[in-house]
Design a protein. Structure first.
Length: 72
């Protein structure tokens, strides 16, 4: 589990990023329109979640699958 959860909002881009781990190399998966989950390329755990068009999308329900290293 993350020691710190960091939130960053870019008002100009209307983008929210929620980081659970320090910056690292990731692969992104768009799990919903404008919602991206970034997975570590080394550990396959969730590093961060990015929500584009945040002020529009926050008014709609969405889900983010969190696998935390579990693979099919």
């Amino acid at each position: 589990m993350a020691e710190k959860i960091m939130f960053y909002y870019d008002e100009e881009a209307d983008m929210l990023e929620v980081s659970f781990q320090p910056p690292q190399e990731t692969i992104a998966d768009e799990c919903e329109r404008d919602v991206f989950v970034h997975y570590s390329t080394k550990t396959d755990t969730v590093v961060s979640v990015t929500i584009l068009n945040f002020l529009v999308n926050i008014r709609k329900p969405f889900s983010v699958p969190i696998y935390d290293g579990i693979t099919d």
